[in-house]
Design a protein around this ligand. Structure first.
Ligand SMILES: Cc1ncc(COP(=O)(O)O)c(C=O)c1O
Length: 371
């Protein structure tokens, strides 16, 4: 049996019929941009994420830019970001005219290293930081990040593009955030039927600024109080996301089960299957297997021979990207992020992957090591 790295077509029985009905309603009423579907989804999202406000937007990269701009980050401001993240985190800072500084990661949880972060604050006096909740969990030092940034009056944006549904100390991970951003790219845990994103915050004034920025700085239909851009959430996306929310607990549970099964059944192999830190309930976004960098290609080859897809999320540290030249203000460390990039291998993991499929992957992995 072959197993793809990702399969977005595992719709639940009845889902596509319900979606077809929603499409008919949205189309008949031409609720294409904004409107009641967006209002309803934003309310559902804020409630699920335990924040006072959710503002839908066009994608997760815009969500970061809206959060940065909404907080007043602009030309000349320094922003600390982890060296291991999707390139959009870096781009968002640059696109606001600010200067990104990358910080190496902690080898245990693979998130930004708190001690290096603290040192970088003293050295660079940043105005903001973006903490990325990578891989479907978050830093073991999340409370320390939030407390330190509050004390030092550094804006802390949490890039949670990969972290919808993650719990931290028994609550939604967003419960105590200053501001967090989501991506609803279709492959995410909560994915839309196109590109979409959102900004989450309990700061109502910030939410209002973000909403205006994402709607041409509008204060009236043809009155513009600031320079923003068009980053509105489409009606179809909002309606699709609302429908998906009903199915999400099952989807997340199936991801978590698969993530755990891999860890339990591959623990004796000479690879490291990374588990979320204590206090975190992961959403099962990605399997994170760390290989010997010299051996990764061989393992991928064996998987491929057996019809198993795999990924490398991400194969290059941010500070090592060619596009960073000319924009990277400084890089603090980077060896661990670089090693992660050279050793990471992601096994198939998606909503409603079956136990039989996971076992097929496990069997191929075991064969790769002569088991
Ligand atoms: C960590 C992270 N930040 C930002 C983004 C950007 O989101 P989008 O693709 O919706 O713009 C992504 C998307 O993959 C991501 O994984």
């Amino acid at each position: 049996m072959s197993v793809p790295f990702i399969d977005l077509k595992r719709f639940e029985p009845g889902f596509l019929d319900r979606w077809a009905e929603v499409c008919r309603e949205v189309s008949a009423a031409t609720r294409f941009v904004g409107g009641p579907d967006v209002v309803r989804f934003e309310k559902q999202l804020a409630a699920a994420c335990e924040v006072d406000a959710a503002v839908g937007c066009a994608n997760g990269t815009d969500a970061l830019q809206l959060a940065l701009r909404g907080l007043g980050i602009g030309v000349g401001d320094r922003v600390l970001i982890p060296d291991a993240t999707f390139w959009a985190t870096f781009e968002a800072v640059v696109n606001c005219g600010a200067q990104p500084i990358t910080i190496d990661i902690d080898a245990n949880d693979l998130q930004m290293d708190f001690d290096l972060f603290q040192q970088a604050i003293e050295r660079y006096q940043p105005k903001a930081a973006i903490l990325v909740h990578l891989y479907g969990w978050a830093s073991a030092r999340l409370d320390d990040y939030r407390n330190l940034c509050r004390e030092r009056e550094i804006h802390l944006i949490e890039d949670a593009a990969q972290a919808y549904g993650v719990e931290w100390r028994g609550q939604s991970i967003f419960h105590h955030c200053q501001v967090a951003t989501l991506s609803f790219y279709p492959a995410k845990v909560l994915g839309a039927c196109g590109d979409a994103g959102a900004v989450l915050t309990s700061d109502i004034e910030l939410a209002e600024r973000v909403r205006k920025l994402g709607n041409h700085g509008r204060t009236g239909h043809y009155d513009h109080g600031m320079v923003g851009w068009n980053s509105r959430l489409a009606g179809f996306d909002a309606a699709y996301l609302s429908l998906c929310l009903e199915y999400l607990p099952e989807r997340i549970a199936s991801r978590q089960r698969a993530a755990q099964r891999y860890r339990e059944r591959l623990m004796d192999l000479p690879v490291r299957l990374v588990a979320p830190p204590t206090g975190t309930i992961e959403n099962g976004y990605l399997n994170v297997t760390l290989t010997d960098p010299e051996d990764r290609e061989r393992i991928e080859g064996v998987l491929k021979e057996h019809g198993i897809g795999s990924g490398r999320t991400y194969p290059t540290a941010v500070s090592k990207q060619s596009g960073a030249v000319g924009y990277l203000d400084s890089a603090v460390g980077g060896e661990k992020a670089d090693r992660l990039a050279r050793s990471i291998l992601n096994l198939p993991l998606f909503a409603h992957i079956t136990d039989a499929e996971v076992d097929e992957v496990i069997s191929a992995m075991r064969k790769a090591f002569g088991h």
